[in-house]
Design a protein around this ligand. Structure first.
Ligand SMILES: NC(=O)c1ccc[n+]([C@@H]2O[C@H](COP(=O)([O-])OP(=O)(O)OC[C@H]3O[C@@H](n4cnc5c(N)ncnc54)[C@H](OP(=O)(O)O)[C@@H]3O)[C@@H](O)[C@H]2O)c1
Length: 377
């Protein structure tokens, strides 16, 4: 049985890595995979290619590297569904749209349409439709885990989302979540630990492409807020982005409207601020991390996203570089023995790998290839 995949955003960093990984890992090879993948469609912002029997590797590779060749133009995502409807898809095969775009409104409508009115499924690396829509939309989209995979919306697809989803089915109470979900802010915080100047770290991170093109987009903490929303909702908490007011990594008055270059230049004015903050934290055996927390207060979620002092020897205090970490306390994993996941917060290979993992999770009749990976000497 084939799993047909239509990758939207196939020309982007994540999407093109996914195309390459599917082909290079031979997910398409029926002799290796009991449930081989067939890349039937690829789309960019306004072009797509589709073949119900699967695109050839050269077509898929070519499209992903923007050598479009003979492709179709489109203006509305619904046209991709119309294209997918063409072809002889048997009931034993399935089609999954992969969303590897950063689009909000248009994609939210598309996800709702696919899940609500077609037999197809969605795997998304794009967190916007589930973090920024209302809670009812989140529920409608994610209600059937066999139709909607979204693990890659948080921590590049680590087990954070599946862990939260399982809590409800296990009828296990969530007590708290505490996590560092921004690779960029994690990097800055752990470089501050080395007594480096904030302005130098920021400029370096910007130059190396660790930050968004405008680093203020990271420093505002909105992306972290979206991730804690996805996790909280996955655990069954009715929360929305309006319930959270992230405190930016830097004082609000420095987030004023000026060019990126002026902003980076003026960030020297924050060097003393961070140096004093670190000195004072260290006196208490602490350091600082940008932390998202959610505590359940008599069942009501209280969420905070802010730069916080944490003990140097704590789980989050020991976190280094761009890695992410989540500390989850539940009925079964209480506060003194929490469940901890540490993983990369981004990364193209790891994200593509975990999109493939979500695709496996959507198979209704998963059968193992059952091949032996070691050989007797
Ligand atoms: N980078 C990571 O490590 C990582 C990890 C986890 C999750 N994610 C998420 O994955 C998504 C993609 O990230 P990326 O870094 O690959 O982005 P990217 O390189 O900017 O690629 C975006 C892709 O989306 C397409 N696109 C843009 N607007 C569109 C529209 N209106 N309709 C259809 N397609 C559209 C683009 O097509 P054109 O080429 O035609 O512009 C491109 O193929 C984002 O939501 C991101 O947050 C990224």
């Amino acid at each position: 049985m084939f799993q047909d995949v239509f990758i939207v955003g196939a020309t982007g960093k994540v999407g093109s890595t996914l195309v390459r990984q599917i082909l290079e890992k031979r997910d398409t090879d029926a002799s290796l995979h009991a449930n081989p993948t067939r890349v039937v469609g690829v789309a960019s912002r306004d072009n797509f290619a589709y073949s119900p029997r699967g695109l050839s590797p050269s077509q898929a590779y070519g499209f992903a590297s923007r050598n479009f060749g003979d492709v179709n133009r489109y203006t509305d995502l619904h046209e991709l569904v119309e294209a997918a409807d063409i072809g002889t898809r048997t009931s034993s095969s399935s089609l999954v749209f992969v969303d590897a775009t950063p689009v909000l409104d248009e994609m939210t409508r598309f996800h709702i349409y696919v899940v609500g009115t077609t037999p197809y499924s969605i795997v998304t690396a794009n967190k916007n439709p589930i973090a920024l829509s209302d809670y009812q939309t989140f529920q409608a989209l994610t209600g059937n885990p066999r139709r909607y995979g979204y693990r890659c919306s948080v921590m590049a697809g680590s087990d954070a989302v599946p862990f939260m989803l399982d809590l409800r089915d296990l009828n296990e109470a969530l007590l708290s979540i505490e996590g560092c979900f921004s690779g960029t802010l994690g990097y800055i915080a752990s470089e501050l630990d080395k007594d480096r100047k904030f302005s130098e770290i920021l400029s370096e991170a910007h130059k190396k492409g660790y930050t968004e093109p405008d680093p203020r987009d990271d420093l505002r903490g909105l992306d972290v807020a979206r991730k804690i929303i996805v996790l909280a909702r996955s655990a069954g908490c009715e929360v929305g982005i309006r319930d959270i007011k992230p405190r930016p990594f830097i004082p609000e008055e420095y987030l004023k409207n000026e060019s990126i270059q002026d902003f980076l230049a003026n960030s020297v004015n924050l060097d003393q601020h961070f140096s004093d903050m670190l000195k004072s934290a260290r006196k208490r055996g602490n350091t600082v991390r940008y932390v998202a927390t959610m505590n359940l207060n008599q069942g009501y979620p209280e969420i905070e996203v802010a730069l916080k002092e944490v003990p140097l020897e704590s789980s989050l205090g020991m976190l280094k570089g761009t890695r992410n970490k989540i500390v989850i306390a539940t009925e079964c994993y209480p506060q003194d023995r929490p469940y901890i996941i540490e993983a990369p917060g981004a990364g193209l290979e790891v994200t593509a790998r975990n999109i493939r993992r979500d695709l496996i999770g959507l198979l209704t009749e998963r059968t193992s290839t059952n091949h032996t990976v070691n050989h007797r000497r």
